[in-house]
Design a protein around this ligand. Sequence first.
Ligand SMILES: [Zn+2]
Length: 114
Amino acid sequence: MHETRFINEIFAILKEKLAKEKGVEQVTVNVRLSPFSHVGAESLQGSFKELIKGESFRKVNLKILPLEILLECKSCKRSTRINKRIFACPFCHSVDINIQMDKEFFVESMEIER
Ligand SMILES: [Zn+2]
């Protein structure tokens, strides 16, 4: 399950971060999820809510933001950043495109409230 891998990544960062902090009331974790990931934002959110029950953290909000990825068109040679699933060049509508797939998920930042 990919969700679990992402969530473990979040938990590992939370553990490291919260070990040094005191009096934390609430944490917001901002993550970026690629629109091309086979993990959907909803299922990630759902799994997160389930799995966090087994952890000792206080209130943690998960904020899932779209990850912008690079689309390069081999026909018109233009490139752009996209944050939703598209399968053709937005300029010339060619399907001969290259989409950056190596980045799927990352933890962007963490906001701690006291
Ligand atoms: Zn194009």
